[in-house]
Design a protein around this ligand. Structure first.
Ligand SMILES: Cc1cc2nc3c(=O)[nH]c(=O)nc-3n(C[C@H](O)[C@H](O)[C@H](O)COP(=O)(O)O)c2cc1C
Length: 174
């Protein structure tokens, strides 16, 4: 069984988490554009959140996966323990399960929203939203990296093969 990390990232947040995990778990790392179509059974997939789910490039990749073991992580402007994040996880689980994949767990953290996107955004600039986006601008940070690692380790199970046969579904947020 071979494992790799595949990420999709517009502005670098998700790539940073993927790079950290690749270093800690000594896994090969691919951007979704260069992801291998064969040769791997186990995947750690990273996406930036787009309209409450995986971004389009990662969505297309997920839909092509068949019967793989998957742990996924996402970066988002929203809080990782928010209802928005919970809906995103449900959506992502469903996409992967429809592809026949086994979902082992996931991790979410905030990630800075592209300032150019924010400047053009027509969403109301409520104090609550602006505070959330200021916080997002400080992520992912070292603590996010360590939490992502801990979450992936928990999903894998100590001392077992990279992705164990018995299912654990670990979800980690903030
Ligand atoms: C077009 C667009 C749509 C987005 N939609 C969402 C969303 O639905 N929910 C959310 O929490 N964040 C959303 N975001 C924020 C990004 O997911 C977040 O900033 C992410 O960390 C960007 O990751 P990247 O640097 O890897 O591209 C959106 C960003 C863009 C540019």
């Amino acid at each position: 069984m071979r494992a790799c990390i595949v990420y999709s990232s517009r502005t670098g947040n998700t790539r940073a988490v993927g790079e950290y995990l690749a270093g800690r778990f000594l896994l090969p790392l691919f951007s979704v554009a260069e992801a291998p179509s064969s040769g791997y059974d186990d995947f750690v997939l990273g996406f930036w959140t787009w309209r409450g789910g995986p971004d389009a490039a990662m969505l297309a990749f997920m839909e092509r996966l068949q019967a793989k073991n998957v742990f996924y992580f996402g970066t988002m402007a929203s809080l990782p323990d928010s209802p928005h994040a919970a809906r995103c996880a449900l959506r992502t689980d469903r996409i992967l399960e429809e592809a026949g994949c086994r979902v082992l767990g996931h991790f979410f953290c905030q990630g800075r929203l592209d300032p150019q996107v924010l400047a053009k955004s027509t969403h109301p600039r409520t104090p609550e939203r602006m505070a959330r986006l200021r916080e997002a601008a400080r992520h992912p940070d070292e603590q996010d990296f360590r939490r992502a690692e801990a979450c992936l380790r928990r999903a894998l199970g100590a001392g077992e093969a990279l992705f164990p046969a018995k299912g654990v579904h670990a979800s980690c947020g903030a």
